[in-house]
Design a protein around this ligand. Structure first.
Ligand SMILES: NC(=O)c1ccc[n+]([C@@H]2O[C@H](COP(=O)([O-])OP(=O)(O)OC[C@H]3O[C@@H](n4cnc5c(N)ncnc54)[C@H](OP(=O)(O)O)[C@@H]3O)[C@@H](O)[C@H]2O)c1
Length: 207
């Protein structure tokens, strides 16, 4: 698949490297793409660094959203003409101390964070995944044949569900389907699946 990584930090950088290793075509983005040389080198031949404009214009099969939560408003507005029908995997989390008032409002609303993203990127097909795992575990515990870590995920439709499941499994994690976006409260910060690096069996028990 062609994957646009929006935000190439702890989460986006590590996921992009894993996906490139698994044979996917990865476009890392940054507001300063010339600063991504080392990451691209580490990721190997299947990866390159591009600007945000180039990534969205390239019509990737899937976009990973791995920026601070507050970037959602601006990105969804700026690229509204580009992401229609694309799959977006949302790995973000709202933290008021980092993201300000909009994150506080989402935390206090009766809407899950994933539903906020889907509302903003309303012509895309949104899935939620990789927001509950620590970046270090994402980095160090991928590509296991046994004792795999479980990654919970949720999706808005069949296509986003299948794509997300595949992208979890391709890098050696177990994909555990939580449900639709309305069912993702358990994945939000401080909720029962958040920060839990456990097996499929243990994750299903928590659910
Ligand atoms: N760290 C974790 O353990 C962890 C675990 C699960 C989920 N998360 C969530 O995943 C998201 C990313 O976390 P992270 O730890 O990977 O953060 P990070 O290391 O700070 O990386 C985020 C990247 O987003 C880019 N960015 C920042 N503001 C942007 C904007 N307005 N528009 C476009 N790009 C922007 C930055 O790149 P440039 O400055 O180069 O543009 C930065 O490298 C957050 O929502 C976080 O809550 C984090």
């Amino acid at each position: 698949m062609k994957i646009g990584v929006i935000g190439s930090g702890n989460i986006g950088g590590n996921l992009g490297k894993h996906w490139a290793k698994a044979g996917h075509e990865v476009m890392f983005t940054s507001r300063h793409p010339n600063e991504l040389n080392q990451l691209v080198q580490e990721a190997g031949n299947n990866a390159k660094a591009v600007s945000l404009d180039e990534a969205w214009e390239a019509k990737a099969d899937v976009y990973l959203l791995a920026t601070p939560f507050e970037a959602i408003d601006k990105l969804s507005e700026l690229y509204a003409g580009e992401y229609g029908g694309r799959v977006i995997i949302d790995a973000t989390n709202p933290y008021p101390e980092r993201d300000g008032e909009m994150a506080k409002e989402v935390r206090e609303s009766n809407r899950n964070a994933s539903e906020y993203t889907a509302m903003k990127f309303n012509t895309a097909k949104t899935a939620k995944a990789f927001n509950t795992i620590y970046a270090d575990h994402l980095k160090d515990r991928a590509f296991r044949d046994t004792d795999k870590l479980a990654i919970p995920y949720a999706a808005q439709d069949q296509q986003s569900k299948e794509v997300t499941q595949k992208l979890i499994e391709d890098i050696g994690f177990d994909a555990v389907y939580v449900g639709e976006l309305k069912d993702t409260k358990a994945m939000d910060p401080d909720q029962k699946l958040y920060g839990k690096s456990v097996s499929r069996k243990e994750l299903e028990a928590l659910l």
